[in-house]
Design a protein. Sequence first.
Length: 167
Amino acid sequence: MSSSKPLSAGFGRRLASLIYDGLVVIAFAMLTTVVYLLLVQGAVSLGWVALGDAQDVADLIQKNPILYVLRDILLVCVSVSFFGYFWSKSGQTIGMRAWRLQVRRLDGSLPTFWQGAWRSLASVCGLGNLLVLVDFKNQRALQDHLSGCHVVTLSKEDNKQIYRSLD
């Protein structure tokens, strides 16, 4: 890494990265939902779950509070796992790589999976980034404060070096 201290990431870069990552998380959510629908359909086909007055499996999930909550928990787990995995592996998600951002612990190391997962939950769907707009000194978001992390802007060379190290 370069010897200069990286700058804290501002709101604009964080927002742009969040938009990129939001699209990826939506794709994972769609895939997860399809798999969940197939599993519930399998349970219906095997007679483990009855359709009752539901028209189809999607209607069954909407009407059955247990299946509905299970689906929501599954979607949250997939999203949190996405961020926890990428942040613990390289400190960057796909969107963060594009905008040359990296999550680091305050000591400069990468967050653990669980620290990343907690950071993801603490972001409150990205709204925690609004704190950056008033934290002029440190430019840390709510999730940064709660997880003991910060987001830095990398030089182009540092960003490439991280990408190459993943091969």
